[in-house]
Design a protein around this ligand. Structure first.
Ligand SMILES: [Zn+2]
Length: 653
């Protein structure tokens, strides 16, 4: 899973009932489910198979708040009982014997399965990690029992249904279609998933012959290429780099509205936020490449081998972060790779200074620690033991523990046995101790990258005579951005002849535009970056009131990202430019107001609410939409709505 923001930790799925895995191994769950979206209900029929490991009289499946759960057939070989979160299967179970059970259930899940209605169309999708699949499908919350799940889903024939595994068949039954998906290998229950919506799809095939399916909304056909850019290259790269063939039958990626995170690596089926569905311009600012690579890497690290408990969570997130970075290096080059590591080392250092650092083995660590420190461990370890040992050990580790569960020591042992020397002090310094070894990390980077050395040298914290020269020289974009952030007044006409990234920094740090740079600054409105255009439009509008109509005319057709960042700013500025388009003000206000409605995505709604608050115009309709937003499924929307309501109340007072 990948978070949008590294601000708080979710940790997931411990094993409070780990003793059950010593009694029983659930091997197969076949579930046929039907969805009733109007009442957010799921009706299912389950066949499960399990092998008894120890003589016991009962085993269970987690099944939270199932409204109605009962054996389907009289000839069931086990007895049943249900208490609000467990379905107990009872018999005089004999060690070594395999049993099966068949039952039906109904549930109206409060979480883990979401029914969304946007513009009169349904979108239904799951999120198991951190939420528990057992809210909608009887399964096992403990990640240590891996099960082969086969989902059969019935839904209205106007929709596409995607689930784990391969689509075996698709049968029309009246106005519905029954989609039968098949998995061949087992996985932990938190990785079971499906998504339903109006989608088209396109397919590529990896070098190794794995079908890669990309889903998209029918209206987004022009965004397919930029959104999924480099997908196949990254897939091929990771298969080669990891040295262990992709372990599943196919790979599918599906964008959804208002997703809870950036993406989730369900086995063979990554679900990701449609905020990453971008056009060619949006690609330059906010693309899906990193999340794409991260969730793909999890198909090995997390899905094929899964950590036994929260203590070893970095074996999932650290590996996914590191391998995503390797895949990005293959595309964007060494400098990109080193600067990303540099930034994460600084973030980890700052976290320690703030007193929030933890050992990587602390299950309560921040996402920053699990993801970035985990990634740094692998980078440093590879540097220490060499490429050949590292790659071979990772391959051995995956081979040995495939479709099973792992702990940190399992991985370290594989490295150590090939390296031939003790890694005790490495493990202590990089993994166990509380403090991240930030100086050692920076030292490693300085040795590896001339660009990092240059970046550290280029420093205008205290202005010196060289600072202006840095912007002229052929230093890295990162170094130029650093100088601009430290001394915006050094920017001159020549600085505008730089890359998109440097020009973006100009739009960010020069907010009061000097007259002598006016025409160069105006050229930023043509940049292929919605971030730059948004910044530049605002700064020009503020700096040169007499030219406001010209700036507005030039940008009137730009929408921006999926949250319409440029359009919303444009409406705001228009409403505040009295002499421009005087007959259209009410229409624009209504447009802004409409964006607060439930049919729009959460990011767009939050922006629209904010602008309405800014101009003191959150009217009755706006407030009623805000109230509704407090019960949204996405916590960011809920938090936003609560905070803004409070502020509006205070302002009233
Ligand atoms: Zn992840």
């Amino acid at each position: 899973m990948k978070k949008f923001l590294v601000i708080f930790t979710v940790f997931v799925a411990g094993c409070s009932f780990s003793q059950q895995t010593e009694n029983v191994d659930f091997t197969n769950i076949k579930a046929a489910i039907e969805l009733v979206p109007d009442s957010s209900k799921v009706i299912g029929s389950v066949y499960c198979e399990f092998k008894i490991l120890r003589e016991v009289d009962s085993v269970y499946l987690d099944a939270i708040d199932m409204a109605y759960i009962f054996p389907e057939k009289d000839e069931n070989e086990v007895g049943f009982s249900y208490d609000s979160d467990k379905l107990w299967l009872k018999s005089n179970f004999k060690k070594g014997k395999t049993y099966s059970a068949v039952f039906r259930y109904e549930a109206v899940p409060k979480k883990a399965l979401y029914f969304l209605r946007k513009n009169d169309k349904w979108q239904i999708w799951t999120q198991g990690q951190g939420k528990y699949t057992s809210n909608w499908l009887p399964s096992i919350d403990d990640t240590n029992d891996k099960i082969e799940f086969d989902l059969t889903i019935e839904f209205n024939s106007n929709y596409e249904v995607v689930a784990n595994g391969v689509l075996k068949n698709r049968k029309v039954e009246g106005s519905s279609i029954v989609w039968h998906y098949d998995m061949q290998k087992p996985m932990s229950s938190y990785l079971v998933a499906f998504a339903i919506g109006k989608y088209n799809q396109t397919t590529e095939t990896s070098e190794s012959g794995i079908p890669l399916k990309y889903y998209y909304y029918p209206e987004d056909s022009l965004k397919v290429e930029p959104t999924y850019r480099y997908s196949k290259q990254m897939f091929d790269f990771l298969e080669n780099e990891i040295g262990f063939a992709y372990p599943w039958q196919n790979y599918k990626q599906v964008p959804v509205h208002d997703f809870l995170y950036a993406g989730m690596e369900n086995t063979t089926l990554t679900i990701f936020s449609d905020a990453f569905v971008v056009d060619n311009i949006g690609f330059n600012d906010k693309n899906y490449v990193n999340v794409n690579a991260h969730e793909l890497a999890h198909q090995w690290f997390g899905n094929l081998v899964t950590s036994t408990s929260g203590e070893h969570h970095w074996l999932q997130e650290g590996f996914a972060t590191y391998y995503a970075l390797l895949a990005e290096r293959d595309i964007f080059g060494d400098d990109y790779f080193c600067f990303k590591l540099y930034e994460s080392a600084l973030d980890l250092g700052r976290q320690d200074i703030a007193g929030n650092g933890t050992s990587l083995l602390n299950p309560k660590s921040s996402s920053l620690t699990f993801y970035q420190r985990g990634s740094w461990v692998l980078h440093a370890l590879r540097g220490k033991v060499g490429d050949a040992v590292f790659r071979k050990a990772v391959k051995n580790y995956l081979e040995k523990y495939q479709f099973a569960n792992v702990e940190t020591s399992d991985f370290i042992k594989e490295i150590q046995s090939l390296y031939g020397k003790s890694l005790t002090s490495f493990v202590n310094e990089w993994i166990e101790q509380e403090k991240f070894p930030v100086y050692k990390a920076l030292e490693l980077l300085e040795k590896e990258s001339a660009k990092i050395q240059e970046y550290l040298m280029v420093d205008c914290e205290a202005k010196n005579s060289k600072c202006a020269d840095y912007l002229k020289y052929d230093v890295s974009d990162e170094a130029k951005v650093k100088v601009i952030s430290q001394f915006p007044s050094l920017v001159n006409k020549n600085t505008f002849r730089s890359s998109l990234k440097v020009r973006q920094a100009i739009s960010q740090y020069i907010t009061k535009v000097p007259v002598e740079l006016k025409s160069e600054y105006e050229s930023l409105l043509d940049d292929k970056s919605y971030v730059t255009v948004e910044n530049a439009l605002y700064n020009l509008w503020v700096s040169f009131p007499e030219d406001r109509p010209r700036y507005l005319s030039k940008t009137r057709n730009i929408e921006g990202f999926n949250d319409k960042n440029v359009r919303l700013l444009w409406i705001m500025l228009n409403l505040n430019t009295p002499f421009y388009q005087t007959d259209n003000k009410q229409g624009l206000y209504n447009e802004l107001l409409n964006y607060t409605e439930t049919r729009y995505n959460a990011d767009l709604r939050m922006k629209a609410f904010q602008y309405l608050k800014l101009i003191n115009s959150c009217n009755e309709k706006c407030q009623s939409n805000l109230k509704e937003a407090k019960s949204h499924h996405n916590w960011r929307m809920v938090k936003f709505a609560k905070d803004m309501s409070e502020q509006l109340e205070q302002n009233k007072g």
